[in-house]
Design a protein around this ligand. Structure first.
Ligand code: ROI
Length: 161
C-alpha cells in the first residue's frame, strides 16, 4: 500500500525558483513514488537570521512505497545533488526538503520526527499545504486554525508557469 506523504520545500540560494522546479522533477523520478500534486511557489521572508535572501517555498503531495527512512535518505540525496551546503544554523540553503506528514504516522527517531514538529507554526509551510488539501489536519487542528496563529513570513504567491 502506498503512503500519502506531504513534503515541504524551501530554497533561498542559486535561483530558488529553478531549484524548486528541479526538485519537483527529481521527486517525480524517485523509485516507487509518484508526485500527485505540487503547490504554487510562495515567496517568504526568512524565519531566522534576517541577513539572508528571501525564500521560495512550496509543498508536494507524494504517493510512495518508500519507508519513511528510505524517503528521508532519498530527499537528503536530492538536497546534496542540488548542491546543498549548510552554511549556518537557520541560515541560507540551496534546497531543503522536509517530510511533513507520512499518512497518519507518528514517529520519533534520531533522524526523523513525524508529523514535522514545526510545520504548524510556519505559514510558508501551511499555505502551500492548504492549496494541496484544504481540509488537512495537523496536530489535531485544521490549517486555518494554525494560520490564524502564525506570524506572517509569506508576502506573495503566484502560480508556476
Ligand atoms: N524561512 C523561510 N521563509 N522559509 C524556509 O523554508 C525556511 N527554512 C528554514 C529556516 C532557516 C528556519 N527559515 C526559513 O530552515
Amino acid at each position: 500500500m502506498a503512503a500519502r506523504v506531504f513534503l515541504g520545500l524551501g530554497s533561498n540560494l542559486a535561483a530558488p525558483e529553478s531549484q524548486l522546479k528541479q526538485a519537483f522533477d527529481a521527486l517525480a523520478s524517485l523509485p516507487d513514488s509518484q508526485v500527485l500534486a505540487h503547490s504554487s511557489l510562495y515567496f517568504s521572508k526568512p524565519l531566522g537570521p534576517q541577513d539572508q535572501p528571501d525564500y521560495v517555498n512550496a509543498a508536494v503531495l507524494l504517493s510512495t512505497s518508500l519507508s519513511p527512512t528510505a524517503l528521508l535518505d532519498a530527499c537528503q540525496s536530492l538536497e546534496q545533488q542540488q548542491g546543498r551546503e549548510r552554511l549556518r544554523h537557520w541560515g541560507e540553503r540551496t534546497l531543503d526538503i522536509d517530510i511533513l506528514l507520512y499518512d497518519e504516522l507518528e514517529l520519533t527517531s534520531e533522524r526523523l520526527i513525524l508529523p514535522h514538529p514545526q510545520a504548524h507554526l510556519r505559514d510558508f509551510v501551511l499555505l502551500p499545504l492548504q492549496e494541496l488539501q484544504a481540509d488537512l489536519v495537523l496536530h489535531n487542528q485544521g490549517l486555518t486554525h494554525w494560520l490564524g496563529q502564525c506570524p506572517s513570513f509569506v508576502y506573495h504567491s503566484r502560480k508556476l508557469d
